[in-house]
Design a protein around this ligand. Structure first.
Ligand SMILES: Cc1cc2nc3c(=O)[nH]c(=O)nc-3n(C[C@H](O)[C@H](O)[C@H](O)COP(=O)(O)OP(=O)(O)OC[C@H]3O[C@@H](n4cnc5c(N)ncnc54)[C@H](O)[C@@H]3O)c2cc1C
Length: 504
């Protein structure tokens, strides 16, 4: 656990020049948590001093303090302190704060207090027979997967670093290799503005554990707390998928000119259930980290089940791929054949689909050029995350839109398509840029253009960075739905205890 240094001096000198209500709440928080768990901006209010740099070089927001409680039981009292007045500035919550490309630890707005839940890192309960765990915000995918090693269950892991939060990622609707993490959430322990703690959805209770079923009876409230500023989440009950007995990833390649045709061919394989989890298509830039051929797209099609079913499905998939006559390379043995040059990365990919994140962050380092702890200080990196329909036509259109932005700004983009179903693609557009002002300005300009042109094409984002919070309004299907969530906010959080975030 990183030690938090207490600023020297008495509270009168130290407290940031916020409102009287904020200073009062911070003084009470210092008494509650102890001074070593409250870092204050100090009178000079240097933006960026408390949170440090962020990988995307988004403007550092003015943050009055960072509170780092040691246990979930301290959170209700903290939330209550910031619920007393509209002048308290609001809390911005992070789990491990590694939301790289979308703002990292930064809040969307100035003058808030960051509530860092990284030290709430207990796996409270684990049932590998029934397939669930109760995890706190600081539980990382590396931590959970190590606990599940050699059990019949696995963690649904992302390709981000091993030290990222399961809960933080799920609350932002992150996408892991077995599916979108939101689908794993079956229950949440939430602290409402005012400080009341409630569990919503399914939750284990003593001896009487009902089957895992998140919806309950009547209206379901769990989804209200995802991409939301209605509560602080202090724990989640999550599903643990069954560990497959066997798993293989079939690799295909195709040239850029065949993008539409190859996408339609892959769609058929996905729609017919020949591949499971989240198959992925990488453009040449994204595929480089996975040993993809120069100037070719790379496809990963995971197959799992019993050894016999994997054998049979692999044969069917490769035969179908040959028949499609659009793929230039078709392979099902890269992870096992030590003679192939990308054997090691192919093995790591298969381990990931089987629930074991790359604990050494090997692929992550290849992509970022630095380790997880250096990303925010040494990398230049941003994400744009639109949804597109799964069709060759739509994917070709998206590719042209990316080309337009490259031509207009000179930034380098890479695209990975996460095939979420036979109808839906999460298109991950990543931008790496040198870490200086001019390059960052170009990347930010590219982000603005991407938001505009993809929205125009009917491809809205499903996650937002801190500079594009206004896009929620711009892409909403019905303004009435936005008004409804704002009415709920006004009822549940009349004093704005929880800071408006990227999804305000
Ligand atoms: C090379 C690379 C690969 C990546 N791969 C992936 C990938 O495969 N899939 C993917 O989804 N992302 C990926 N990312 C992006 C990012 O690193 C992950 O999404 C990461 O898990 C998010 O950071 P975190 O887990 O620390 O969450 P946090 O930063 O702690 O939380 C994310 C957001 O959720 C909200 N939140 C967090 N905790 C709480 C809480 N307790 N109560 C209420 N609200 C809360 C806040 O709005 C917060 O900003 C990748 C990034 C890089 C650089």
């Amino acid at each position: 656990m990183p030690e938090l240094s207490a600023a020297a001096g008495g509270p009168d000198v130290l407290l940031p020049p916020g409102s009287a209500a904020q200073r009062e709440a911070l003084e009470a928080a210092r008494r509650l948590l102890g001074p070593q768990r409250v870092r204050l901006a100090g009178a000079e209010q240097d933006p960026g001093r408390l949170l440090g740099p962020n990988a995307s070089l988004f403007r550092s927001r003015r943050v009055a303090a960072v509170l780092r409680p040691s246990g979930a039981e301290q959170v209700p009292a903290l939330v209550e302190l910031f619920s007393r007045s509209t002048e308290s500035g609001g809390l911005h919550v992070i789990s491990t704060g590694r939301n790289w490309g979308l703002g990292s630890r930064e809040p969307a707005q100035d003058d808030v207090v960051v509530l860092d839940l990284g030290d709430l890192d207990r796996v409270r309960e684990l049932d590998v027979d029934a397939g669930w765990a109760v995890v706190e915000p600081g539980v990382t995918q590396g931590h959970l997967s190590r606990l599940l090693a050699h059990t019949p269950r696995m963690a649904n892991v992302t390709v981000s670093a091993a030290a990222t939060s399961i809960l933080g990622n799920a609350l932002d609707r992150g996408v892991a290799l077995r599916g979108q993490r939101t689908e794993d959430l079956v229950g949440l322990e939430v602290v409402l503005p005012g400080g009341e703690s409630v569990t919503v959805g399914w939750w284990p209770s003593g001896e009487r554990t009902a089957p895992v079923y998140p919806h309950g009876l009547g209206p379901s409230t769990l989804p209200l707390f995802v991409q939301s500023n209605l509560a602080v989440v202090t724990a989640a009950a999550i599903r643990l998928p069954a560990r497959p007995e066997a798993l293989r990833v079939v690799r295909l390649s195709f040239p850029p000119a065949a993008l539409a045709e190859a996408t339609d061919a892959v769609r058929r394989l996905v729609a017919q259930g020949l591949t499971r989890g989240v198959p992925r298509i990488f453009d040449a830039a994204a595929g480089r980290a996975y040993g993809g051929a120069e100037d070719e797209y790379l496809v990963h099609l995971p197959v799992d089940g019993t050894a016999e079913s994997v054998e049979a499905l692999t044969k069917i998939l490769t035969a179908e791929a040959h028949r499609a006559r659009v793929f230039t390379a078709i392979s099902d043995s890269d992870a096992t054949d030590t003679a192939t040059p990308h054997h090691e990365v192919a093995r790591l990919v298969e381990r990931g689909y089987a629930g074991d994140p790359d604990l050494a962050d090997t692929v992550f380092r290849t992509k970022m050029g630095v380790g997880a702890d250096q990303v925010d200080s040494e990398a230049g990196f941003a994400f744009f995350l639109p949804l597109i329909p799964f069709s060759g036509k739509a994917v070709a259109r998206a590719s042209r839109l990316l080309d337009d932005v490259v031509a207009a700004t000179g930034v380098r983009l890479s695209a990975t398509l996460h095939l979420l179903s036979g109808d839906l693609i999460d298109c991950v557009v990543a931008m790496k840029f040198p870490r200086h002002g001019e390059a960052a300005a170009r990347a930010h300009r590219a982000l603005d253009l991407l938001h505009g042109s993809f929205a125009e094409a009917g491809f809205p984002p499903y996650r937002l960075d801190i500079d594009h919070a206004d896009r929620r309004d711009a892409t909403a299907c019905d303004p009435g739905a936005l008004a409804l969530t704002r009415r709920l906010k006004a009822v549940l959080d009349p004093n704005g205890a929880l800071a408006p975030g990227r999804y305000r």
